[in-house]
Every structure is written in structure tokens, then in C-alpha cells.
Design a protein around this ligand. Structure first.
Ligand code: 13P
Length: 258
């Protein structure tokens, strides 16, 4: 059984103080559960402060990006060891906004994935197609190429430090979610790629998250699909109420107060 993972990507929002407040609210709303892994990803400048707040909770901390080299003359960059130093356990890699606006290539994303793994952190690697690519029938080729290049030279053992996230670009921040069937089709396809690369036992263990307008009202349907193991939530993760409602998608979830 794969443990569900719900991650909140706060993107470029919130000051340190606002991030601290949101983290406190999330902890208070969610309480303690062993059944779901919960990750939040504030902006770089708020990581240390939010780490202090999350220390005695079961909420884990992610960065939204990192550089592929640990240290050196790379003005403006932040490396995986520095993120570990402020308490991160996860790093989001290859988000479509990074690919689109900052020209991140599959090769660069692979180098970043290796840096995250070599630092003993978990990489949440994002893949996803544009509407144009989907409509022109390139969907599966695009996904295969993104998944295979991101995982180039990553060993079966290292796959324990990898989570994949399928985020169709046309569904991000648009209010348009892929139907759960459409999402499942791509998730099953990605798992098929993992079978081919690493065999059944690794492929069956790897979590594949869905991202793109995930809200409290569509999470249950998405999570009911066989190969959807969690969600990478953008907009709705900025509201503690909505994020908590997403985490509590399962009516039977056992939650104890914080
Ligand atoms: P939204 O949930 O706002 O569509 O964002 C999804 C996303 O990009 C998460 O990484």
C-alpha cells in the first residue's frame, strides 16, 4: 500500500509572518494523522521560520526549487544541502512554471533530482503537458520523455527518494481539473514507465501525485483512482480550511488533535 501524500505548493505567496500564520493554522486544522503524509512548500525566505513551527507536528517541509550544484559561484541560487540545513525534507523539482518561465530543461531537472537525492532529501518531480501537446496527440510522448529524462541514472534504491507529480499545465490555476479518468490514464501510463525502468516492486511503491486545480470538492474522486496517490495543491493550499479539507478527503481518516 502506498501512503497518500498531500503537498501544498504555496508558490510566490506570503511574507515570513503570513507563512508562519498559515503554517500554524494548517497544523491546528489538521491535527495529527499517521495515515497521510503532509508536506508544505513556502517561499525560500520563510522556510526556516516555518520549520520552527512545524517541528513538533507531522507536517514536513519542502522547498519549491533548488540548484543542482551544492556551493560555489552561482549568484542567487540555493542548493539542496542549504535546504536540508533549514529543515527541508522534500524539494519540488521541474514544476511547469520553472520549465515555462525559467527555461528549465529535462537535463537540468535530472541534475537537480540527483542533487536532491544525494543530499538525502526527497524529490517531488513534476511532469505535465500543455493543452496544445494534448490536443495534437503528443501527450504520452511528452510525459514519457519528461519522466525518463528526470530519472536518468537514478537507481532503484534511490527511487525511495522520488515522488512524481502529474500536473497538466492547462489545469494549473485555471479551475479546470483533469477528469479523474483522464488523470488516472496518465498516472497508469507513468507507472507503466516505472515498471519498465525499475520493475514491479519499485513501480508499485512510487507515489504519483496529481496537481492542477485540486480542491476540497474534487479530491475524493481523484483519490479513488488506483494510481493517484496524493495531490500537489497550489491555490487551495493557501487557505488552511481548504487544505485541511483536502487532507481530510477520506471520511474514515483517524485524526487526533495536535
Ligand atoms: P493549482 O492547484 O492552483 O491549480 O496549482 C497546482 C500546482 O501548480 C501545484 O504545484
Amino acid at each position: 500500500m502506498r501512503k497518500p501524500l498531500i503537498a501544498g505548493n504555496w508558490k510566490l505567496h506570503n511574507t515570513v509572518q503570513q507563512s508562519e500564520q498559515l503554517a500554524r493554522d494548517v497544523i491546528e486544522q489538521i491535527g495529527q494523522t499517521e495515515e497521510i503524509e503532509i508536506v508544505i512548500a513556502p517561499v525560500f525566505t520563510a522556510l526556516a521560520a516555518v520549520n520552527t513551527i512545524c517541528k513538533n507536528s507531522n507536517i514536513q517541509l519542502a522547498a519549491q526549487n533548488c540548484h543542482c550544484i551544492d556551493s560555489g559561484a552561482y549568484t542567487g541560487e540555493v542548493s539542496a544541502p542549504l535546504l536540508a540545513d533549514v529543515g527541508c525534507s522534500h524539494v519540488i523539482i521541474g514544476h511547469s512554471e520553472r520549465r515555462q518561465y525559467f527555461g528549465e530543461t529535462n537535463q537540468f531537472i535530472n541534475a537537480k533530482t540527483k542533487a536532491v537525492i544525494n543530499t538525502d532529501l526527497t524529490a517531488i518531480i513534476c511532469v505535465g503537458e500543455t493543452l496544445e501537446q494534448r490536443e495534437s496527440g503528443e501527450l504520452f510522448d511528452v510525459i514519457a520523455s519528461q519522466v525518463k529524462s528526470a530519472l536518468a541514472d537514478i537507481t532503484a534504491t534511490q527511487m525511495a527518494q522520488v515522488v512524481l507529480a502529474y500536473e497538466p499545465i492547462w489545469a494549473i490555476g485555471t479551475g479546470k481539473t483533469a477528469s479523474s479518468e483522464d488523470a488516472e490514464e496518465v498516472h497508469a501510463y507513468i507507472r507503466g514507465i516505472l515498471y519498465g525502468l525499475y520493475g514491479a516492486s519499485i513501480a508499485d511503491k512510487c507515489r504519483i501525485l496529481y496537481g492542477g486545480s485540486v480542491k476540497p470538492n474534487n479530491i475524493s474522486e481523484l483519490m479513488a483512482e488506483d494510481d493517484i496517490d496524493g495531490a500537489l495543491v497550489g491555490g487551495a493550499s493557501l487557505s488552511a480550511d481548504d487544505f485541511a479539507a483536502i487532507v481530510r478527503y477520506k471520511k474514515t481518516l483517524k485524526i487526533s488533535p495536535q
